[in-house]
Design a binder for this molecule. Structure first.
Ligand code: FAD
Length: 491
């Protein structure tokens, strides 16, 4: 039943089935992580089925879906919605789930709205996070109970999570094998923006209050973060479909041809900065992949496609193992000793403020506070520092990142954290512990990146000694390994 299986849309040999039954009623189009009009097969299908009837666009602000996101992500979302509403000629209806939100609250809103506008069909683009899947099942059931249908087409990925399997139907555990299968999978050309008639049909007071309505969601953070900088970041990127397309065009014209050589250099503008656009769906990765293919070939293209595929790999891992969002994918993570208590919190605070005394880590953490984004190389180094130099629980760091990152994404963030911590899929060998000074010499050779974010910092003593903490990390790792061995022989 495609109404409860986002992959259903892709069970036709990788080609989307965009033929929906025609209807003589308005169709509700429920926007979620697809805040665009171009390259949207779900919207194309809705427009075809609607014919002369209007499409009634809806967005439900759900604090549960944005749980753990701070003001940066809510602000970016609000700006995306503002532009979407403009593109829809003011037809977007915004409804806010009460309290902390959640699947049942969203189901009540979507069903109530469909009844209000007299729609039998609600169309949306599929969602594949653990919460998104649960919510969509509940919404579909609620609509079905009232003789209405939720139809899901497409996902925010080129290849729907859960689709690619190893022989025997097993999920992929190693990126390189997943990547080969991903490259071999047929991907359609981007879809044209459909000619459709959008209409709000009902008046909606909240629609004028997008920023405020969205902003009310960010009210949960651990109480001991109280004295930490929680944002909003002063320099957030422009949001919305138009800004996303501009960013893509600019990237193809400038950085993409040297992507393989410059992508690891935080001191250069060597990457696309499209991560928030891909997260909120102001761009679909089909469009990005297509544009890249039309612009370059060779190592620059290969490397860029591999990064898009990492995003899809982690979504696939989470599809198969929803528990891996907050629990280590590999059993060893359960046995790894981490510090807690006042000193651990003090160290976390120094890390979060960018006051560790290690220039590259501090610059990265300050870039996060200033822009709601951090360069990938520095994300790896600062995550490694939290886990292997400070011996803190990876979830503390993951939570901090999710709060501040505009591109904060449960699959990409939490599985990258586990990858760095050595407890996820296809993990970097644990003994490969990033040396923050050596990383700085290699990837920020002139210190331009560190100066950009830390110029005002007085030289300070490092809060820990890397060499000593490296040895400590390896001791803890050996103990965790022994515990896993013991556990498996005890079984
Ligand atoms: P580009 O280099 O231009 O790459 C193009 C696109 O590929 C990105 O926009 C992104 O969608 C995808 N991509 C690139 N690298 C990765 C990767 N390693 N894993 C998954 N997807 C990738 N990315 C997020 O989108 N959201 C997160 O919450 C997030 N958290 C991270 C946490 C840690 C600890 C680490 C090490 C990485 C994290 N990443 C996350 C991945 C990566 O750092 C960002 O996607 C990237 O820095 C975004 O910048 P860009 O768009 O310029 O990337």
């Amino acid at each position: 039943d495609p109404s409860v299986t986002p992959t259903g849309a892709c069970e036709h040999g990788g080609v989307l089935n965009t033929a929906l039954p025609p209807t003589k009623r308005p169709i509700v189009y429920w926007f979620r992580r697809d805040l665009r009009l171009a390259d949207s097969p779900a919207l194309v299908a809705a427009a075809r089925a609607a014919g002369a009837e209007p499409i009634v666009p809806l967005f439900v602000v759900d604090p549960r879906a944005g749980r753990g996101a701070g003001p940066n992500r809510w602000q970016f979302l609000a700006s995306c919605l503002e532009e979407l509403d403009r593109q829809l000629g003011g037809a977007l209806t915004l409804r806010r789930a009460p309290g902390v939100g959640g699947a049942a609250a969203v189901a009540a809103i979507v069903a109530g709205f469909a009844a209000e506008v007299g729609a039998e069909i609600v169309v949306a683009s599929g969602e594949t996070t653990p919460y998104g899947r649960r919510r969509d099942r509940i919404v579909a059931e609620r609509l079905a109970a009232e003789d209405r249908r939720l139809l899901l087409l497409d996902t925010p990925y080129c290849v729907a999570p859960g689709r690619l399997r190893r022989t025997g139907g097993h999920p992929y555990r190693v990126f390189s094998a997943f990547y080969r299968a991903w490259l071999a999978e047929p991907v359609e050309a981007p879809y044209e923006r459909p000619a459709a008639r959008f209409d709000a049909l009902v008046s909606d007071g909240e629609a004028t209050d997008l920023v405020d309505a969205a902003g009310r969601g960010y009210d949960v953070s651990p109480s001991w973060w109280r004295d930490l900088p929680l944002g909003p970041a002063p320099h957030l990127p422009a949001a919305g479909e138009r800004a996303a397309i501009d960013r893509l065009t600019q990237f193809c014209e400038s950085a993409l041809p040297q992507y393989d050589r410059h992508r690891d250099r935080p001191d250069m503008a060597g990457t696309s900065r499209l991560s928030a656009d891909l997260h909120f769906g102001t761009l679909h990765p089909r469009t990005v992949r297509d544009a890249a293919r039309k612009t370059v070939e060779g190592p620059a293209l290969d490397r860029f496609l591999a990064e898009l595929a990492w995003r899809e790999f982690f979504a696939d891992v989470l599809w198969h193992r929803p528990d891996a969002a907050w629990h280590s994918w590999d059993p060893i993570g359960r046995h790894l000793a981490v510090d807690d208590g006042p000193q651990a919190r003090e160290r976390f605070t120094a890390w979060a403020r960018g006051e560790t005394g290690y220039g590259l880590v501090d610059a990265g953490m300050r870039q996060l506070l200033s822009e709601g984004w951090m360069h990938n190389r520095v994300r790896m180094v600062s995550a490694s520092f939290l886990v292997k130099d400070l011996h803190l629980d990876w979830r503390w760091g993951a939570r901090w990142f999710l709060w501040h990152l505009v591109d904060g994404d449960i699959a990409s963030n939490n599985l990258n954290w586990q990858w760095v911590a050595g407890i996820g899929t296809d993990a970097a060998p644990y003994h490969r512990i990033f040396n923050p000074d050596r990383q700085a010499e290699r990837f920020d050779p002139d210190g331009a990146y560190r100066r950009r974010y830390c110029a005002d910092l007085p030289a300070r003593l490092s809060i820990v000694n890397h060499k000593a903490e490296r040895a400590e990390a390896l001791t803890r790792w050996a103990a965790a390994k022994a515990a896993v061995r013991h556990e498996s022989t005890a079984d």
